[in-house]
Design a binder for this molecule. Structure first.
Ligand code: UDP
Length: 493
């Protein structure tokens, strides 16, 4: 903060508009600013409104951070005003329009960056075009990825060796090649674009090519969690990487920022869930969340409700409403009422203050779709998990939790499918759900897993303290970027 403007490092962050991508990148941008960088975040209006409060507050504390808004071409792609984020995609058609609108932002962003003359671009994995653009400007591009090294390594070796193609059935198991451990999965658990060549396959090829051409990668992760896979990543992809997480715990220290982080729709419920959790014994409640995007079919909701009830454990469950699902709404209203009377469960509609909930002493475990941010936030809180992967790289994350870190109980999820394509009859049954929760929450059954989860929680918290691995990585990266800036300035003279 005390550096001269011309010596100050100017870093532009371009987050992808989906909560699981945007939340950690904004947190990382705030960390850069808190450690002396001049930061600009480029996004669209509706997306900026979900985090602007935190940026204003940092700015008012004297940090050099601001948001640069560009208009979203909603009308152009046939979307209603304000639909600017992947989480607004309730059908495959709408998702297509959102992706199209997001790809059109490039034409507005490029001239802006050119004018701003930054020293570095930190851009989401899904903006492969930024690598050539950064090269044209003569500045480094950092590839931003908020997920596991394990998932990147697994994807790399599966793309390279295609072990799934040697099987006669989609449900037979193959061993993921190239990994230091024997990890099995089935072709059905792979992302659809890996199973069949689609438009997405070509796009993802461009993403990975741009990754390998980047100056380095920034991971929302900490070294102690997956050191073997971090080393493997560096040697296989062949670029530098910095683990600087968990960024959410690092930058959101007080309850207000924790509560306001990300998207928040329903303030009124706040004291209610807190009072409810306060009335529960330590480590007695399971938190159930499927992330920011998933809306489950009615048949699956029914199975979860019965599974939770018959597990006998108290629960707090975040449910995203599905438009037009009237049967589902009336079933859930009745269920919610019954849970209120028995005091066994609490439902939060649409959006939960997840960081606050996970840190509450009454929470003893989580049922998760294996989105990386939720995993890392749970790890930081020292919690074991029931793993219920659904799409993207979540099945790899499940393998990491269950087979490598041994802090996860699998619910038995079989097929990798986007939330908008999950079918009414593709459900995980109530018995499997109840069984996994009993294994997670039972004192004896989960003893060893709980001990390991606590150990990772301690390591996570240490990594972001002064002198910790993630702390040191961020400081080292900022120094390196400053040296690059100086070298460029000298070359110009
Ligand atoms: N999140 C939240 N409240 C919710 C749902 C999600 O705060 O009700 C946050 C969660 O803490 C995490 C992010 O949204 O930081 C979701 O990212 P994740 O990688 O877990 O899953 P995704 O939503 O990308 O599938």
């Amino acid at each position: 903060m005390d550096s001269q403007p011309d010596q100050e490092l100017h870093v532009i962050f371009i987050p992808y508009p989906s909560p699981g991508h945007m939340i950690p990148m904004v947190d990382t941008a705030r960390l850069f600013a808190k450690h002396g960088a001049n930061v600009t975040i480029i996004t669209t209006h509706a997306n900026a409104s979900t985090f602007q409060k935190a940026i204003d507050s940092d700015f008012n504390c004297g940090y050099h951070i601001r948001t640069q808004v560009v208009p979203f071409p909603a009308a152009h792609v046939g979307l209603p005003d304000g639909a600017e984020n992947i989480k607004d995609g309730t059908s495959i058609q709408m998702l297509g329009k959102l992706v199209q609108g997001i790809s059109m932002l490039k034409d507005q962003i490029e001239p802006l960056i050119q004018d701003m003359k930054p020293d570095c671009l930190v851009t989401d994995m899904f903006y492969p075009w930024t690598v050539d653009f950064a090269a044209k400007l003569g500045i480094p591009r950092l590839y931003y990825y908020s997920s596991s090294y394990f998932s990147t390594c697994a994807t790399y070796f599966i793309r390279k060796h295609k072990p799934q193609q040697r099987l006669v059935s989609d449900t037979h198991k193959f061993i993921i090649p190239g990994l230091p451990q024997t990890i099995e999965m089935t072709p059905l658990q792979l992302e659809p674009w890996l199973r069949t060549k689609t438009v997405a396959t070509g796009y993802l090829d461009a993403v990975y090519e741009a990754e390998s051409k980047s100056y380095g990668a920034l991971y929302n992760n900490f070294y102690e969690l997956e050191s073997d896979y971090e080393k493997l990543y560096k040697s296989t992809i062949g670029i530098k990487s910095w683990s600087v997480g968990p960024v959410s715990a690092w930058v959101n220290k007080d309850d207000e920022t924790k509560a306001n982080r990300g998207h928040k729709e329903d303030l009124a419920q706040e004291s209610e869930w807190l009072n409810w959790l306060n009335s529960k014994q330590n480590e007695s409640v399971v938190y159930v969340s499927f992330g920011s995007l998933t809306r489950l079919p009615h048949t699956q909701i029914i199975e979860i409700a019965h599974g939770l009830e018959s597990s006998g454990h108290d629960f707090i469950w975040v449910i995203r409403k599905k438009d037009g699902d009237e049967d589902g709404h009336s079933f859930l209203q009745e269920f919610e009422q019954r849970m209120k009377v028995s005091n066994k469960g609490f439902i939060i509609w649409n959006w939960a203050p997840q960081l606050l909930i996970l840190d509450h002493p009454a929470i003893g475990g989580i049922v998760t779709h294996c989105g990386w941010n939720t995993i890392l936030e749970s790890v930081n809180a020292g919690l074991p998990m029931v793993t219920w992967p659904m799409y993207a790289e979540q099945f790899y994350n499940e393998k990491l939790l269950v087979d490598v870190l041994k802090i996860g109980v699998p619910v038995g999820s079989k097929e990798n499918m986007l939330w908008v394509t999950i079918d009414e009859d593709e459900t995980v049954g109530r018995e499997n759900i109840a069984k996994a929760i009993v294994q997670l929450m039972g004192r004896e059954e989960s003893k060893e897993m709980r001990r390991r989860a606590r150990k990772f929680g301690d390591a996570s918290k240490k990594s972001i303290e002064e002198g910790g691995s993630s702390y040191n990585n961020l400081m080292q990266l900022l120094d390196e970027l400053k040296s690059l800036k100086m070298s460029r300035a000298l070359e110009k003279k």
